[in-house]
Design a protein. Structure first.
Length: 64
């Protein structure tokens, strides 16, 4: 059976409020922490997750 979940975005974009909410929820951390991580390591989700000490891909975090 194919996986019907959508792919996570390949870039941590923080331009729109909905984007900020998505990444804060995905990484289970305040958006200010996500913004600081992006400023430090760039927009790659794996690098941001590593900086935040969170699993990537997000499925491993237990978020459904």
């Amino acid at each position: 059976m194919p996986d019907s979940r959508p792919e996570a975005p390949g870039t941590v974009a923080l331009t729109e409020p909905r984007d900020k909410a998505y990444w804060a929820r995905t990484f289970q951390t305040p958006i200010e922490d996500v913004e600081a991580a992006v400023a430090a390591v760039g927009h790659d989700p794996a690098r941001v997750a590593e900086r935040l000490g969170r699993p990537w891909p997000a499925e491993e975090s237990g978020i459904v």
